[in-house]
Design a protein around this ligand. Structure first.
Ligand SMILES: [Fe+2]
Length: 358
């Protein structure tokens, strides 16, 4: 059985189709007459219940359909491995295109599923889903990763892309070091770019929200060096042909933590690195919007506002709110080729709460 519906994560110029399975099995995807397998340097993977199949975006966009195959493993042996029957399921796929692109943003769900799903349904049809960190409260057990797949399954049904960014709570617990196997990454990194139609996003990752030596982490965190490496990535992206492509009508930064705003102690970390990231984003062509969560309160701040500590290049939209296990609000975002971005905050009561125009 498939544990959840596949999630189709957008990463660079690929989709990473990720499938959770109940039993150890081999999983592959067929698009048109081409098959793509989950393998490790030519070895088909079976000793796992999460499978990642990477396919070219252009192919799936053009074909508009994919089939997920699963071959049950009975016993893996050096000779004559025994396998069971093959099952398959076909999924339609709708690529992002056009002059009006609609997405729904969820961050800080903290294990809530029904509330965020109701909030997303209140916004209606979307072209893609954004999961912007802290979807689970920690990564203490493998089942915590199911939160991501449950939301993707119930909102996208495997039919539209998902954009994923990591949150600080994702880095905590016994299974946090397996996060990279259960979520989309680019060459193992949790920061990368996304191109969906003429929408472009830079996925940034602030990592944890306190210093690496915070007693709360108990010697488990090594984010400072990771952020330094990420600076190099951002430098490359900001001058890349992909970012500067004139056909793009919206450039967004999707980052769990709105790092341009100053936070109070002990969250006031990495001034040099966050100033550098801000400076890079204020380049010749700045992003149109920075989309975040983490604050647990919906708020939108313009350049020069009170919270603008480092010199925002564009509005920052913090688009999640929650009262633990009681209330959730996320937001639909409509990106238009005419430059307008319309935000509609919806909540777990199934109601539209606010609208904002950027
Ligand atoms: Fe957070």
């Amino acid at each position: 059985m498939y544990k959840t519906t596949p999630a189709v994560f957008a990463v660079e110029d690929t989709y990473q189709i990720m499938v959770r399975t109940e039993e150890k099995s081999f999983v592959w995807v067929k698009i048109g007459d081409q098959c793509f397998h989950d393998h490790s340097n030519g070895i088909l993977r079976s000793n796992t219940t999460i499978h990642r199949i990477t396919v070219p975006s252009t192919l799936l966009d053009k074909t508009g359909q994919y089939t997920v195959y699963k071959r049950l493993l009975i016993e893996r042996k050096p000779y004559y491995t025994e396998t069971g029957e093959i099952s398959q399921k076909v999924y339609d796929f709708y690529p992002v295109k056009g002059d009006k692109i609609r997405a729904y943003h969820i961050a800080d769900a903290h294990n809530m599923i029904d509330g965020p799903v109701r909030a997303a349904q209140a916004y209606g049809e979307i072209d893609f889903l954004i999961l912007n960190g802290d979807i689970a409260s920690s990564s203490d057990q493998l089942e915590d990763f199911d939160n991501v797949y449950d939301l993707c399954g119930r909102i996208t049904h495997g039919n539209i892309p998902v954009v994923f960014a990591r949150g600080n709570h994702d880095m905590r617990g016994k299974c946090a070091e397996y996060l990279e196997f259960f979520t989309p990454v680019s060459n193992g990194k949790s920061y990368y770019t996304v191109r969906l139609g003429d929408f472009f996003a830079i996925i940034l990752d602030c990592g944890e929200d306190k210093a690496d030596d915070s007693a709360e982490y108990g010697n488990t965190i090594y984010c400072h060096t990771y952020r330094e490496e990420e600076t190099g990535f951002l430098e490359q992206v900001m001058k890349s042909a992909e970012y500067l492509d004139k056909s793009i009508f919206c450039r967004a930064v999707i980052v769990h933590n709105p790092f341009i705003w100053q936070d109070k102690e002990p969250f006031d970390i990495e001034n040099d690195i966050y100033n550098k990231w801000t400076q890079l984003l204020c380049g010749d062509i700045s992003p149109d919007i920075i989309i975040s969560g983490h604050m647990h309160k919906i708020s939108i701040g313009n350049p020069g506002d009170e919270r603008d500590y480092r010199g925002q290049p564009c509005p920052i939209a913090v688009l999640s709110e929650l009262e633990y296990e009681k209330y959730f609000a996320g937001a639909g975002i409509e990106f238009n080729r005419n430059g307008k971005i319309n935000i509609t905050v919806t909540d777990s009561k199934g109601q539209i709460r606010d609208t904002y125009n950027i």
